[in-house]
Design a protein around this ligand. Structure first.
Ligand SMILES: Nc1ncnc2c1ncn2[C@@H]1O[C@H](COP(=O)(O)OP(=O)(O)OP(=O)(O)O)[C@@H](O)[C@H]1O
Length: 491
């Protein structure tokens, strides 16, 4: 006898979840067809819903073979997929369970893995990549708004809808899949930070490698790795030895010297530099990415930074440029010092776009206080709490992407260009100072970033090297993710 229930947790979609004695019940509903692929924990089949004749993909997992760890990842994936509903995220139709097996019925992506398509094509055109990254950014913004962090975004986890309904004007319709390593963060402050070292080495953000507390910004880094690989045909950071690979990732130097990059626009390269900023506080957010002119196709926007920290840094480097930005006080009339900012401004409303004037000003205030903090703030809602002054807590790092940017082909600036929707525009900023080799990660530990940006705990990015846990020693070619679940904090 099959018993069906629908979990009605308010956060979850109503996804049918059926318990049954054996396979017979599912075979009355679906006809199993060809094998689509094999994962670590199970086999994926094409299946047809008998009543509707609609085709689906069914992942069949043997609990015993998967082991308790595998089952845990699967349950986590099911739980997250029940909470989401987005055009660029794989749709979970229903779940069946027997005492020995678990079946996940998901939408069918006949195009298979994006990685396989890339292998055949060698690289995608800029227009194709723009379309893919746009979809990826939309899905990531959606997830991050729900406090879900994927943590294993990579080409293998991006599926493509079939040729008939999967292409939009010849462009691929992508779906993010494999939420086994995903987490839904709880609350704010420390609870919103993660510490488990997990992901797949070539896609892992520096802060994840180093075991620092990290935020959803790790997904943005992975989008950068994906975008670079789609355009250039090879990942940005590669080494056979993991130690070396992690060192390369920590430096974050982007190489655009291969001929394939000659025909790629400066806009695309700028986006890559913004996505692959070593310091997560200076990395653009997924929603900032969506507003980037390279993504929106808005070529009329001037090359202004969209990341508030970047803007403040530029202003600090060259306040006159900021003042030339068209309004007294610089940065479009924003007050740039607490003393010039008499009235405290309200926190941004939920959903308010980052970079609205009051937010940028408030964040500058926080930044100044952040330089006086010495430890990860326990709560982002108390950013200005005074702590013992310790000069050493103004963390310094060399932002190698910027160095690289200033010498990169085409001489494009490394600042996060554009920002149509960012709200704050510092127009007319000279580019001379942008290439300054010395950048200071002024964002103190765990101080909140700009609005819409999660708090980050930035350590000494390029000098702080924690020993890499032994279970990180997968070959860099290995697509298998690392999941150090025995983290300090369970996530
Ligand atoms: N919804 C789907 N539509 C079409 N093919 C799919 C679908 N889901 C999975 N596949 C195919 O089946 C293969 C195995 O998928 P599965 O999710 O089990 O494992 P994986 O994510 O590749 O590996 P792992 O579980 O080890 O991370 C995939 O590589 C893909 O080619």
């Amino acid at each position: 006898m099959a018993s069906q229930w629908i979990r009605v947790s308010s956060a979850e979609r109503k996804v049918p979840h059926t318990r049954m004695e054996d396979e017979a019940a599912i075979q009355q509903v679906y006809t199993f067809g060809k094998k689509l692929g094999q994962g670590s924990f199970g086999v994926v089949y094409e299946a047809t819903h008998i009543e509707t004749q609609k085709k689906w993909a069914i992942k069949k997992v043997n609990r015993e073979k998967a082991g308790s760890h595998g089952v845990k990842l699967l349950e986590r994936e099911v739980s997250i997929l029940k909470r989401v509903n987005h055009g660029h995220i794989i749709h979970l139709e229903e779940v069946f369970e027997t005492p020995k097996k678990m079946y996940m019925v998901t939408e069918l992506c006949e195009g298979g893995e994006l990685k396989e398509i890339l292998k055949k094509k060698r690289n995608f055109t800029e227009e194709e990549v723009r379309h893919i990254i746009h979809g990826l950014a939309e899905a990531t913004v959606y997830l991050h708004r729900k406090d879900i962090v994927h943590r294993d975004l990579k080409l293998e986890n991006i599926l493509v809808k079939g040729s008939q309904d999967g292409e939009e004007n010849g462009l691929l319709h992508i779906k993010i899949t494999d939420f086994g390593l995903s987490v839904q963060k709880g609350g704010v402050g420390n609870k919103s930070m993660m510490q488990a070292t997990c992901g797949t080495p070539i896609y892992m953000a520096p802060e994840v490698i180093d075991g620092h507390e990290y935020s959803q910004q790790c997904d943005v880094w992975s989008i950068g790795v994906i975008m670079y690989t789609l355009l250039g045909g090879e990942p940005p950071f590669l080494s056979k030895a993991d130690d070396r690979l992690f060192d390369i990732i920590r430096k974050g130097e982007l190489n655009f010297s291969s001929p394939v990059w000659d025909s790629i626009s400066d806009g695309a390269k700028n986006v890559l530099r913004c996505l692959l900023k070593v310091d997560p506080a200076h990395r653009i957010t997924a929603s900032e990415l969506l507003d980037n002119p390279w993504i929106t196709g808005d070529t009329s926007t001037t090359g202004t930074p969209i990341n508030v920290l970047e803007m403040m840094k530029q202003f600090r480097d060259d306040p006159e440029d900021g003042e030339n930005a068209g309004a007294p006080g610089g940065l479009n009339g924003l007050s740039l010092h607490p003393a010039q900012d008499p009235a405290p401004r309200p926190e941004p409303a939920p959903g308010e776009m980052p970079g609205s004037p009051c937010c940028a000003s408030a964040k500058l205030l926080e930044l100044e206080h952040a330089s006086e903090t010495d430890s990860c703030s326990s709560s982002p809602s108390t950013p200005t709490k005074q702590r013992p002054k310790k000069k050493a807590t103004i963390l310094t790092c060399s932002d190698t992407t910027r160095k690289n940017g200033s010498s990169g082909k085409g001489g494009s600036s490394s600042s996060c260009a554009g920002g149509a929707g960012g709200g704050v525009k510092a127009q007319g900023q000279g580019s001379s100072k942008r290439g300054s080799p010395q950048e200071r990660c002024e964002a103190g530990p765990s101080q909140p970033g700009p609005p819409g940006r999660p708090p980050v705990c930035s350590g000494k990015v390029d000098s702080h090297r924690l020993p890499v846990p032994s279970n990180c020693m997968h070959g860099q070619q290995s697509p298998k993710p690392i999941s150090r679940i025995k983290a300090k904090k369970s996530v």
